[in-house]
Design a protein around this ligand. Structure first.
Ligand code: NAD
Ligand code: MG
Length: 297
């Protein structure tokens, strides 16, 4: 990491490039087992008070993109409620430590967002422990590789949709009970929502659905003064990958992009900060694609 994080760097070699060492993890995957360990902006993100005093619930905040968002939001002045699966307690505690090091409050809320009642409880607990809620940042997602329609199962489709799509409705409905005008919602789609891979149909369907959830909910909530936007990442180096993609795809992960490498979570956090902050006051219904220079979506 250069001393000045704002110094220009060549995007081609600014971060680790493939080939990556072979590695496999059971779902949901843990950060410290990744080689190389992802960069979440621990040493580089500098806050500027852009989210001072905001209270944010972030799903999937334990690891990957969610951890980078939690670090950035905390350094921008927000208190954070972290939602994650109970198997990820060690990752969640590491993220929470970074939030408290930034001088902000971290509330740990383990549970399964594919369960409607948990989504309601998580929002209520976040609002009561943070003293209110201004930001709902939905980063958590489930991705399963299914080789072909012959291997299709209703169970995988249900799990994917309940985690990636149903949860957005449940969490949003609950959050609206606490939101005031000026609050904001951010969803996390994927390049798969625009350019689906054949072995990721269930996931791609869910991620395309998230784009339309974002558009329609933005129109619905505009009259309440609430903005809704999305982020669609291309390939990012996170525990989602070694726990869900085949080994050959993992070792060459990100190679297909013009920058010839995956993004690091640190390279995405400021997109979420921008959409959450007052700087995006006239932006709603949009999904920002961050995809290492790949065009054509
Ligand atoms: P990640 O594994 O670090 O984060 C995903 C998180 O989702 C997990 O940490 C877990 O806490 C949470 N999660 C999954 N199922 C859950 C459930 N049922 N209940 C509660 N939490 C649950 O990986 P990531 O890459 O940082 O993923 C974050 C988001 O980015 C996901 O929505 C993913 O689909 C999306 N995304 C990732 C990539 C990529 O290449 N990494 C690309 C496009 C989109
Ligand atoms: Mg995780």
């Amino acid at each position: 990491m250069s001393e000045n994080p704002y110094a220009p760097r060549n995007p081609l070699d600014a971060y680790p490039q493939p080939p990556f060492p072979e590695q496999k993890q059971p779902e949901p995957g843990l950060t410290f087992e990744m080689d190389p360990v992802p960069d979440h902006g621990e040493a580089s993100y500098i806050g500027h008070g852009r989210l001072q005093g905001r209270r944010a619930l972030i799903t999937g905040a334990d690891s990957g993109i969610g951890r980078a968002v939690a670090i950035a939001f905390a350094r921008e002045g927000a208190d954070i409620a972290l939602v994650y699966l109970s198997e990820e307690q060690t990752d969640a505690e590491s993220t929470a430590a970074l939030v408290t090091e930034a001088g902000r409050t971290a509330v740990l809320l383990p549970g399964d967002i594919s369960d409607e009642s948990f989504c309601g409880t998580a929002v209520t607990d976040a609002a009561s422990q943070l003293g209110g809620l201004d930001l709902l940042i939905m980063v958590a997602g489930d991705m399963q590789t299914v080789d072909g329609i012959g291997d299709f199962t209703t169970e995988v489709l249900d799990k994917t949709l309940r985690t990636n799509v149903h949860s957005l409705f449940w969490l949003t409905k609950a959050a609206l009970e606490h939101f005031e005008p000026g609050a904001a919602i951010i969803t996390t789609s994927s390049i798969q929502g625009f350019q689906p891979s054949p072995e990721l149909v269930e996931y791609a369907v869910s991620k395309a659905g998230i784009v339309n959830f974002t558009r329609a909910m933005a129109e619905q909530l505009a009259e309440r003064g609430i903005r809704v936007n999305g982020v669609a990442p291309g390939p990012f180096w996170t525990p989602l990958q070694p726990s869900s993609v085949p080994l050959d795809k993992l070792t060459s992960f990100g190679e297909q992009t013009p920058f010839k490498r995956p993004g690091q979570p640190a390279e995405l956090a400021s997109t979420y900060v921008y959409l959450a902050s007052q700087e995006a006051s006239y932006t709603s219904g949009e999904t920002i694609i961050v995809n290492g220079g790949q065009a054509g979506h």
